[in-house]
Structure formats: structure tokens, C-alpha cells
Design a protein around this ligand. Structure first.
Ligand code: Q9C
Ligand code: ZN
Length: 357
């Protein structure tokens, strides 16, 4: 199986994030991607290939141009400030009650702030998204990793894996958040629709609901979104991910959320995975984009499910057994000592026919 990877993610290297305001060590760090790459490189069944550049157009097909501009300008504008800082995080957000009673048209006409503090909140969901000097470049390369993985599958591979970092599924059309800047999986799915004219399904197995992916395709029926995740009543992103969110307009029925109970084990989770796979199989299309997270792992520091390495192998097998081609893209997963084993288990499960080298 080909693995698309580049070390250009390393410039996004946060050291701290906050947990309810308390500084804690950052979870989404360069060592994550390096652990997965090292484990796959050592395995012998995987071939690591570099991404090719795809330019901004596929990003602009999904994201607001203002978000792209903000992320490009954020660090340079920090450098023009008086204050010395290691990273940029917002502390003021335009939360919905600020606009209570005001018309949609009036709210939509509010101008983007000019101050960097206002801009960072304007384009952001939460404070766990530190922007570093190399963040924009890293986020652009993560998109190129995803699009190169798409190219491999469009070029005839049945399955390919993109080791995206930073991850993407919390990023909405006009919003970064949850360690995500550009929505790699959404950009990939939209590119597949454009290239093939077929419908595409996104299967999201990160422990967090992919609020960004859901938002981007909420009113579209050409990209279906199915997500298994910790119930948002307990876990980030809190405000979306409930079972009654099914899409609207042409997208009604094209969104499936399967919230999981606390400490859900392999058996509980795999039963709902089968439901998601049946739902995907009911619609035409030959390619699935997988948003793959290992923060469902029993020892993950920020997840609250209890999957095992053997569960990941079975998950990979069941997803591949659907018989569709797979564009597998990395999202979260923060237990560094197990990331390599878990990625290898999932991908070997999915690539079951890959012979030993
Ligand atoms: N310090 C992904 O897994 N909140 N994102 C964490 C703990 C944000 C997770 C707070 C979690 C985002 C891609
Ligand atoms: Zn996650």
C-alpha cells in the first residue's frame, strides 16, 4: 500500500494547548506523524511516497477565501505586533448569542475585524488550535498529501493512505478549530466528485464528530457523511454530532451520526460500523474517503472510548470488505506509544490482499 507523507508538517509544532484555560502539553504534535511513518516504513508492506503540489484551487472549492487569507497572513501579522509570543490563539469568539435577535442578513454583513485578535476568533472555533510560524505551510501540505492520495486511487490503486498532519475534520468552510485548519477529507471528497462525477461517501472514525465535514456537505447529496464518535453530550465538539442531524435540503438524509457510549468497546463500535457501512452501500459510488482517527483507542489521553489494536485490524477488514476503493486520510490519535501499531493494524486489515514483501 502506498503511504503519502512529507516532513513538511513539522513547521506546525505547538508545545502547549489549553484545557479549560489551563496550559497543558499539546496533543497534536509532529511526533504523531513520525511515529506512524516509522512503523509503516519498518513493516515492509508499505511504500512511502511524497505528495505533489495541487495549488489553492481545490481548497477554495471547499473553503471560504477569507479563511485561506487569514491563515496565510496570521503569523506575519503576529510578527508585526509589539508582543512577543510563541503561538497565536484566540480569546474572543463571535458566539451566536452575541447576534441574538439580529436578522440573518444583518449578521452576515458584519465585517471581519482588522485586529489579529478579532480575526483569529472570527475564523476559529476554539482555543486548542495554536498557530505557529509554519502552520500555514504545514496545513497546505496536508491538503496536498490528501489530494495526492486521491490521485493514486483515481490512477487505479484500490486503496491508498495519506498521512495528513495537521488533521482536518473539524475545519468548516469558514472556520478552523480542533487542531484542524483545512478540511483535508472534504477537499479530497469534493475533488473526487469533480474528477469522476460519481457520488462519494466519507466514513469518519475519529473519536470526535467531524463537525467541519458535516457542515461543508450539509446541503449536498453528492457527498454522504457517516460518523461514529463519542457522544457530543460528553466530548468535543459538544455542539454538533447528535443522531438527529441528518442534513437539510438536497442533503437531507445524506448525513449519519452514530454517537457512541462512554468506553464503547470493539464489539459495540463494530456493530455501529456495520450500520454505517450498510448505509454507505445503499448509495451508488465506487470510492470512500475514510477520516481515520486513533483517538478511539482505550489509552487515548483525550478520547473516552475503549477500542483495541485488534479492533482496528477488524475495522480495516470490514471497511475494505465493502469492495469500494479507499482514500484513507489521517485525522486524530494522541497516544504516541500505540499510534504506529494501531495504524499498521488498521491499514493491514484494509489492505488484506497486500502480499508480504
Ligand atoms: N486539551 C482531532 O482529533 N479539544 N481533534 C482538546 C484538550 C480539542 C481533537 C482539549 C480536541 C480536538 C482531529
Ligand atoms: Zn479526534
Amino acid at each position: 500500500m502506498q503511504v503519502v507523507h512529507t516532513d513538511r508538517h513539522r513547521g506546525h509544532d505547538p508545545s502547549v494547548e489549553t484545557y479549560l484555560g489551563v496550559p497543558v502539553p499539546a496533543c497534536e504534535v509532529p511526533a504523531r506523524a513520525e511515529a506512524i511513518r516509522d512503523a509503516l516504513a519498518a513493516d515492509g508492506r508499505f511504500e512511502i511516497v511524497p505528495p505533489t503540489e495541487h495549488g489553492p484551487d481545490p481548497i477554495l472549492a471547499v473553503h471560504d477565501a477569507g479563511l485561506v487569507r487569514f491563515l496565510e497572513e496570521a503569523w506575519p501579522s503576529v510578527e508585526r505586533q509589539e508582543i512577543e509570543r510563541d503561538f497565536l490563539v484566540a480569546d474572543t469568539y463571535p458566539t451566536r448569542q452575541m447576534f441574538s435577535g439580529m436578522s440573518d442578513a444583518f449578521v452576515a454583513a458584519r465585517p471581519e475585524p482588522e485586529a489579529i485578535g478579532g480575526r483569529t476568533g472570527w475564523w476559529g472555533l476554539d482555543s486548542s488550535n495554536p498557530i505557529r510560524p509554519g502552520t500555514y505551510e504545514a496545513a497546505r501540505w496536508a491538503v496536498d498529501v490528501a489530494l495526492t492520495t486521491v490521485n493514486l486511487v483515481l490512477g487505479g490503486e484500490t486503496v491508498a493512505y495519506g498521512l495528513c498532519r495537521p488533521p482536518g475534520h473539524h475545519a468548516a468552510a469558514a472556520m478552523a478549530g480542533g487542531y484542524c485548519f483545512f478540511n483535508n477529507a472534504a477537499i479530497a471528497a469534493a475533488a473526487i466528485v469533480r474528477a469522476t462525477g460519481e457520488r462519494v461517501a466519507i466514513l469518519d472514525v475519529d473519536v470526535h464528530h467531524g463537525n467541519g465535514t458535516q457542515q461543508i456537505f450539509w446541503r449536498r447529496d453528492d457527498v454522504r457523511y457517516a460518523s461514529l464518535h463519542a457522544d457530543p453530550r460528553r466530548l468535543y465538539p459538544f455542539f454538533l454530532g447528535h443522531a438527529d442531524e441528518v442534513g437539510e435540503g438536497p442533503g437531507r438524509g445524506a448525513n449519519l451520526n452514530l454517537p457512541q457510549p462512554l468506553r464503547a468497546d470493539d464489539a459495540t463500535y463494530l456493530a455501529d460500523l456495520d450500520r454505517a457501512l450498510e448505509w454507505i452501500a445503499a448509495t451508488p459510488g465506487s470510492i470512500i474517503v475514510v477520516s481515520l482517527g486513533f483517538d478511539t483507542y482505550e489509552k487515548d489521553p483525550i478520547g473516552d472510548l475503549a477500542l483495541t489494536t485488534e479492533g482496528y485490524a477488524e475495522m480495516g477488514r470490514r471497511v475494505a470488505a465493502l469492495g469500494r476503493r479507499l482514500v484513507i486520510l489521517q485525522e486524530g490519535g494522541y497516544h504516541l506509544p500505540s499510534l504506529g501499531d494501531n495504524a499498521r493494524a488498521w491499514l493491514r486489515g484494509a489492505g488484506g490482499t497486500i502480499p508480504e514483501p
